[in-house]
Design a protein around this ligand. Structure first.
Ligand code: NAD
Ligand code: MG
Length: 368
């Protein structure tokens, strides 16, 4: 029996990797529905390739209704590969419905981690991380459960600006920032990776996914991106999960879970790996990382503000309207704003904070 799935955000980088796994393993999976936003040409090609799948653009006026209809189809799992806050309602709805959710959209958990996890618990939904570090942690923690894990480490490549400092870091060009040394990803997460904002988002993601206190979740620079995560046990020893940096590993693993995944990548033997290095994060340089950690620790609406300010600032950077270093400065300012008292225990309230923080950043970009 083929496992039937729906892919939200099919035209992006995670969408590409997912469809690559599907094409290789077409005896095991069937795509029954997908969405895209505005990559029309690519979407048309996918419609020709998967004519039986229900497909629509989320720019449609009735997109919310179409999403409901798509989720009404009988399916084994959904993959949420939408980028940014735009994914949160789909994640929440799939969680409410008790679906098996393969989650790439980390922003859902940053904005509304408490609500998503509560829905998952109430409905019996299953949440399987696709983000490589969290996929590795998920696997490591299952194996380590009996050994009392004390702390976890997420690895960060350090991005294209690891060896760029001072003014040059602040003024890094779009071309420099978009040239990631180890991963091929969509533009937003690639910018997030250059400032380690991505790692802050992932710390918050790990806090919710694995119910860990922030001091138990650390990050470490690992330029080769072969080790994705580590778990430190109560006796001080550490277990690591290692593979080539290729998103098809965590995606295939999640698609097959709880069955083991075949090797869809053709992994290298360990003697073909590069030398593996680890360094601490310079939090003075990677300011957005420190801000995100802090926002996570403050809880309430702060992670939602952090995420929204970052999305608006990254969009401004990609549009050529601000310098790279302004992203962290804008996030910092947005976290200091005194917002109205919206209800941060509801998704509606959190999205009000999201929208207020975006407006604050957009206004600041255009008034300076
Ligand atoms: P991407 O920009 O390549 O693709 C995003 C997808 O979302 C596209 O299909 C796009 O059409 C759709 N989309 C864009 N705006 C939308 C909107 N407003 N409403 C609905 N759909 C919209 O992004 P990506 O790199 O594939 O990343 C997707 C998600 O996965 C992000 O949350 C990212 O952080 C996470 N992630 C990505 C990688 C990676 O290797 N690319 C790794 C780990 C986690
Ligand atoms: Mg990651």
């Amino acid at each position: 029996m083929k496992r039937r799935f729906i892919l939200f955000g099919a035209t992006g980088s995670i969408g590409d990797s997912t469809l690559d796994v599907l094409r290789r393993q077409s005896d095991d999976f069937e795509l029954i529905g997908f969405t895209w936003h505005n990559n029309e040409e690519k979407a048309r090609a996918l419609q020709r390739e998967f004519p039986r799948a229900v497909a629509f653009s989320t720019t449609a006026a009735d997109a919310d209704m179409q999403t409901q209809r798509l989720l009404d189809l009988q399916h084994d799992f959904v993959i949420i590969a939408i980028v940014g806050a735009a994914g949160v309602n789909t994640t929440l709805e799939a969680a409410r419905r008790g679906n098996t959710i393969l989650l790439a959209n980390k922003e859902s958990l940053v904005i509304a981690g408490g609500l998503v996890m509560a829905e998952v618990k109430a409905s019996g939904a299953k949440l399987i991380p696709v983000d490589s570090e969290h996929s590795s942690l998920f696997r490591l923690l299952q194996g380590a459960a009996a050994q009392r894990p004390a702390k976890v480490y997420l690895t960060a490549s350090g991005g294209p600006l690891l060896h760029v400092h001072g003014e040059e870091f602040f003024n890094a060009s779009k071309e420099q920032v978009l040239k990631h040394p180890t991963w091929v990803m969509g533009p937003k997460i690639t910018v997030d990776s250059a400032g380690l904002t991505n790692k802050a988002l992932e710390i918050i993601e790990a806090h919710y996914l694995f119910d860990l206190r922030y001091e138990q979740v650390q990050a470490v620079i690992h330029p080769q991106s072969y080790v994705h995560a580590m778990v430190e046990l109560s006796d001080g020893t550490v277990i690591q999960h290692v593979s080539q940096p290729d998103m098809r590993y965590p995606i295939a693993w999640a698609m097959y879970y709880p069955q083991p995944s075949p090797d869809v990548v053709n992994g290298r033997a360990p003697f073909a790996y590069p030398a593996l290095e680890f360094f601490p994060i310079d939090t003075d340089k990677f300011r957005a990382y420190a801000l995100g950690r802090r926002a996570g620790e403050m809880g309430k609406y702060y992670p939602a503000v952090f995420n929204a300010a970052n999305e608006a600032a990254v969009a401004a950077f990609l549009a050529g309207n601000i310098r790279f270093g302004d992203i962290a400065a804008l996030i910092s300012d947005a976290l200091e704003v005194k917002y109205p008292d919206y209800d941060y225990t509801s998704i509606a309230g959190l999205l009000q904070y999201d929208s207020a923080a975006r407006k604050f950043v957009e206004h600041k970009v255009f008034s300076t």
